[in-house]
Design a protein around this ligand. Sequence first.
Ligand SMILES: [Zn+2]
Length: 60
Amino acid sequence: MSICPKGRVSKSRGRMRRANSWKIDTPTLVTCPKCGELMIPHRVCRSCGSYKKQTVLDAK
Ligand SMILES: [Zn+2]
């Protein structure tokens, strides 16, 4: 199977798609179980430096 466009995408439609791609939607944040600060999930907490209930980085 190869790529086969069903139809021509109009200038405005193509541009509209491209215009939306760079937009950053509201970042998903979870509260850290250790310090209760908002943090990005699956990342080391920025305020206490912990990940999976373990201190990975030295807390400043
Ligand atoms: Zn934390």
